[in-house]
Design a protein around this ligand. Structure first.
Ligand code: FAD
Length: 431
């Protein structure tokens, strides 16, 4: 008999709750990973750097497990078929995995739990991806928070309840096996994208001590750059929270934003396609295709917006403040539906997370969980003066700035601002 540990968005061996628990069990542990065809087949770009990132991580994990005489078993099919095949090869006692709160994952896991139950296999899911799960943070009347500040207060209180556990990786109970095959990336239908290697996988020498003084300046390398590592779980959230508790409360708050949006998506899955606040679906977007294309390419004539979009296109990353500026410009200045922008970011961001991307887009558009009213319209010029006064960041991406090759603004700021306010007002009034 074996116990199976199914890795998904927790691609590490150290401080992995499900793995650690399984390794303390009675039966030898086989660690598995599935290239889920349902997800992979939806990716339009066969050169997707995220698949390359995962693939390389799988190679690391295989090598690490092989050092202990074990291996990572890797599948390439649908979850149901994968487990059906596994159960033919092994007598499975229990299946361990860490919980994932996205709607697709919840549905998938429910089906696998059901399948396991039918086979007499015990299925054990654990908390690992967050420090506090959606159902743990409730108002006194047991309903969920939809505004960040009171959510954070509660989250912070709960965090103070006890120290965060670290889950050790003990190797003695790993299943011994001869090396197991791994399909090449090409055989999986993808090409290697070298961008993946520019993303951090570990905390490294990041310090949060001066985080709040510098984090808003895109020219400074002052944020952790760990969003991709958190997305794929090559870093444990607990280790970062422990560091934040020691070093910087503002940084801690950002980690709580991540959990806040995970919670919103989990508890209000309608946000995937609709506004959190339904009246915002009554806004009549202009949705001009040509303008959308200029925004995507970084050719709006607003240097900070263009720099941000080019950073995204060239690197798969965009600084947080720039994400807010670029997103606000699309929704407010161009009156293009936030869902269009959200979907473009989803294609391009290496750290793409449905919960954070959707939550932040809706926050910027005004349709989401935000106490602030819709009339916050970021002014790209004052943002530029405040956060990139020397144009260091802007010039890094907009190399032709100041020359005749650089386009004129596609809309005039104050006209666009008034038009946005008017359109929002009319839309909301019509609801
Ligand atoms: P740091 O400043 O070092 O923050 C540490 C960690 O805290 C991040 O890695 C991230 O996990 C979390 N975090 C920080 N800010 C936020 C936030 N506003 N919301 C949620 N979590 C946060 N983040 C994603 O991980 N995936 C996305 O798809 C995503 N889409 C976004 C779309 C828009 C329009 C906006 C405005 C923000 C988006 N963010 C997203 C949030 C944020 O911009 C990134 O997490 C951050 O820029 C990543 O860089 P970092 O790791 O250096 O962040």
């Amino acid at each position: 008999k074996v116990n199976i540990v199914w890795l998904r968005r927790d691609l590490r061996l150290e401080d992995n709750h499900a793995l650690s628990l399984a390794l303390r069990g009675k039966y030898p542990v086989l660690v598995v990973f599935l290239f889920d065809r349902i997800i992979l087949d939806q990716l339009p770009d066969k050169n997707d750097a995220r698949v390359s990132f995962i693939y390389r991580q799988i190679e690391f994990l295989k090598r690490e497990l092989q050092q202990y005489g074990s291996d990572l078993l890797v599948g390439d099919t649908t979850p149901e078929l994968f487990f059906e095949q596994l159960s033919k090869r092994f007598t499975i006692h229990s299946l361990f995995y860490n919980r994932d709160y996205e709607p697709y994952a919840v549905d998938r896991d429910r089906k696998i739990d059901h399948w396991a139950h039918g086979k007499g296999i015990e299925s054990i899911s654990l908390k690992d991806h967050v420090v506090l799960e959606p159902q743990e943070i409730r108002k006194p009347d047991h309903t969920a928070y939809s505004v960040f500040t009171p959510y954070y207060k509660k989250w912070r209180e709960k965090l103070a309840d006890g120290p965060l556990t670290r889950y050790p990786f003990q190797t003695n109970n790993l299943l011994k096996t001869t090396p197991l095959p791994l399909k090449s990336l090409q055989d999986l239908g993808f090409k290697y994208n070298p961008l993946e290697s520019t993303f951090k996988r570990h905390i490294g020498d990041f310090s949060a001590i001066h985080y709040e003084q510098n984090r808003d300046f895109p020219a400074k390398n002052a944020t952790s750059r760990l969003s991709t590592a958190l997305r794929f779980g090559t870093v444990s959230i607990r280790s970062l929270v422990v560091q934040a508790l020691k070093e910087n409360e503002v940084f801690l708050k950002e980690l709580a934003w991540r959990e806040f949006f995970i919670s919103i998506l989990h508890l209000y899955p309608h946000v995937v396609t609709r506004s959190f606040k339904p009246q915002y679906d009554a806004i009549t977007w202009r949705n001009d295709l040509k303008e959308f294309e200029l925004w995507q390419k970084g050719l709006t004539g607003y240097p900070l917006v263009d720099a941000a979009m080019r950073e995204l296109n060239e690197t798969g990353y965009m600084h947080n403040r720039m994400r807010m500026v670029a997103a606000s410009f699309l929704c407010k200045h161009l009156l293009i539906d936030w869902r269009w922008g959200e979907s473009y970011f989803a294609q391009k961001l290496m750290d793409y997370e449905l919960a954070s991307n959707n939550g932040n887009w809706q926050w910027v558009a005004g349709s989401g969980c935000d106490a602030a009213p819709y009339f916050r319209v970021f002014n790209p010029y004052s943002q530029q003066e405040k956060f990139d006064p020397q144009l260091t960041y802007t010039r890094r991406w907009v190399r032709e700035l100041g020359s005749s090759k650089y386009p004129k603004p596609i809309v005039e700021h104050s006209i666009a601002r008034d038009r946005a306010l008017q359109t929002y007002k009319e839309g909301l009034a019509s609801f």
